[in-house]
Design a protein around this ligand. Structure first.
Ligand SMILES: Nc1nc2c(ncn2[C@@H]2O[C@H](COP(=O)(O)OP(=O)(O)OP(=O)(O)O)[C@@H](O)[C@H]2O)c(=O)[nH]1
Ligand SMILES: [Zn+2]
Length: 212
């Protein structure tokens, strides 16, 4: 990890500062994505080491800022920040990943198609867009900038593990992150498990049933 600007093929380190949050105090390191122009943040607790607990988190405005119950991104981010504050590690927050990489407006277009009966995967395809357009070169470069080559990855998504592995990061373990399951996202999570390969329990525990 460096305090001086370091340019890697896909990201440049820009600045590091300390930010207190409701989850604890973290060091936040900002990176510019040299391929897309997006600004990513590495949220660090403790000293980054090989084998660190890492969450590579895709931006989700509706779930994280507005409390949408259609997905579980907000509770996952909260749980990841709590866990990483308690045990040390890194949350890499990836901008430009909104809607699995199709963008905010297309995600809402996909939601509209889901209102008409399509599931989360078919809605993307009906828009002529990939089921999942995200890629993880920037995340791998950010990990290397932090001096991390091997991670315990907080995720249920094997594609995330496989893509990071393809970019040279050793994913020693996938650590499940099943939180925020509720009545409004049960079908969405079923689709992620049954059609997109996510490692989710067969019987999802709808711990907090949504109202309204
Ligand atoms: N296109 C589309 N994107 C969605 C939908 N619901 C959530 N998202 C986006 O999906 C991304 C999160 O991906 P997920 O598949 O929920 O989870 P993941 O990050 O791949 O896997 P985990 O690491 O296990 O959380 C965020 O960018 C969300 O904005 C949807 O119905 N359609
Ligand atoms: Zn979401």
């Amino acid at each position: 990890m460096t305090d001086t600007p370091a340019v890697r093929p896909h990201v440049s380190f820009e600045v590091e500062t300390t930010v207190p949050t409701t989850h604890g105090t973290f060091r936040m390191r900002a990176y510019r994505d040299l391929d897309t122009g997006a600004d990513h943040i590495a949220i660090v607790s403790g000293r980054p080491v090989d084998g660190a607990l890492v969450r590579v988190h895709s931006e989700c405005l509706t779930g994280e800022a507005f409390g949408s119950l259609k997905c579980e991104c907000g509770p996952q981010l909260d749980a990841a920040l709590d866990t990483i504050h308690n045990h040390g590690g890194v949350v890499i927050y990836l901008r430009g990943h909104e809607g699995r990489g199709i963008g905010l407006i297309n995600k809402l277009r996909a939601y509209k198609l889901q209102e008409e009966g399509l599931d989360t995967l078919d809605a993307n395809l009906a828009l002529g867009l990939p089921a999942d357009a995200r890629e993880y070169t920037a995340a791998a470069d950010i990990l290397r900038d932090l001096g991390i080559e091997s991670v315990r990855l907080l995720t249920n998504n094997p594609d995330k593990r496989d893509q990071l592995t393809a970019h040279g990061i050793d994913v020693a373990e996938m650590v499940p992150l099943v939180v925020g399951v509720g009545a409004f996202n049960e079908a969405y999570l079923d689709t992620k498990r049954d059609r997109m390969g996510h490692q989710l329990p067969g019987e999802l525990d709808t711990g907090f049933d949504a109202v309204g």
